[in-house]
Design a protein around this ligand. Structure first.
Ligand code: DP6
Length: 325
């Protein structure tokens, strides 16, 4: 038997989006971003390094990973093997409690859990900042999933100064999210390829970076004030400004689908009726509604006219990473 550790990481939803890399190899973003970690959606990963293995073995929900994922995760393990000064292969067992269909990044919780479990199993005792930097090498959004509550990823300029910091780990005010699962078709343009195309070709990209940076202190202040309306407005703006960059890329593309607009309209109508709810979207068609738990039943009723109950998933702020050996 080898050295083993298990970690649990929760996924997160960006309120100020990360969109575009200044260094694609090290995953250093052009702009800082800010997210809320979610309670209901998480990944459990066990990593075991063993002399008995002749290659890395990677299982997702007990099934072998596809070839591309195998290569990516093995390369990620190489970073840990280098730091730990050994070359043992590993068995990685991942159970995802992030419904793929929810359009929530399982790569965020996935790489955060892998970074924590693999480093612990390798005998490295990394602090959370170092773990955040390591998770970043797997997927940008994973940088933030090390911490619970509201989290800021400070963009930095290199491997040592690009990491996340906790802003408000315990959220003692009323904010939550409803994910509207519109469809579970595979995305036509993955976030990695989408943002690379935008950086390379959109004439609006420099404006995106400037506006996203300017929104960061505003969002921080809104969170400190526990102001759901301001948080929601800023999150909605950030999401739509990000999506505007896709339309202005060459070739142009969009993550919007007809049902996306339908969901957005319901949110807008509810707001006209005085309900505090705001929409955000990532690199896919699904809409996430930011709202209070108090008004969630009314919002679910309104959404229920267009969507089935199983398409509507509610999540609250969630905790940071946990690791066991
Ligand atoms: C729109 O973290 O999936 O969800 O770093 O290439 O793995 P890579 O991209 P990823 O991109 C997330 C983009 C986003 C916004 C966000 O989560 O901040």
């Amino acid at each position: 038997m080898g050295q083993s550790a298990t970690a649990r990481a929760h996924t997160n939803i960006a309120l100020i989006k990360y969109w575009g890399k200044q260094n694609p190899e090290l995953i250093i973003p052009y702009n800082s971003s800010l997210s809320m970690t979610l309670d209901h959606f998480y990944t459990d990963t066990t990593v075991t390094f063993s002399t008995e293995l002749t290659a890395d073995q990677i299982l997702f929900n007990q099934a072998p990973a596809d070839a591309a994922t195998n290569i990516k995760m093995s390369q990620f393990l190489d970073l840990i093997r280098q730091q730990a000064h050994f070359d043992l292969h590993a068995r990685i067992e991942t159970i995802n409690h992030v419904p793929n269909a929810a359009g929530l990044a399982s790569s965020a919780s996935g790489y955060a859990a892998l970074a924590a479990a693999a480093s612990k199993a390798a005998g490295l005792d990394l602090d959370r900042r170092t773990l955040s930097r390591l998770a970043r090498r797997g997927s940008g959004s994973a940088t933030r999933s090390i911490y619970g509550g509201f989290v800021e990823w400070q963009r930095g300029t290199n491997d040592t100064d690009s990491f996340a910091v906790p802003l408000q780990e315990t959220v003692d005010w009323d904010i939550q999210m409803i994910a509207i699962v519109l469809n579970d078709r595979e995305k036509a343009v993955a976030s990695r390829a989408g943002m690379a195309n935008v950086v390379a070709t959109s004439p609006y990209y420099p404006s995106w970076v400037q506006t996203a940076e300017a929104a960061m202190p505003k969002m921080r202040a809104a969170i400190i004030k526990k102001d759901i309306n301001l948080v929601g407005q800023l999150a909605e703006q950030s999401a739509m400004q990000m999506h505007a960059t896709t339309l202005s890329a060459t070739p142009p593309f969009t993550y919007f689908e007809p049902e996306t607009l339908q969901a957005i309209q319901v949110v807008q109508q509810l707001r006209q009726q005085g309900i505090s709810c705001y929409y955000t979207m990532d690199a896919g068609p699904n809409v996430k509604v930011i709202c209070t738990s108090q008004e969630t039943p009314q919002i679910l009723t309104a959404l229920g006219r267009y969507f089935k109950p199983e398409q509507l998933l509610v999540a609250k702020p969630g905790p940071g990473i946990t690791v066991q050996q």
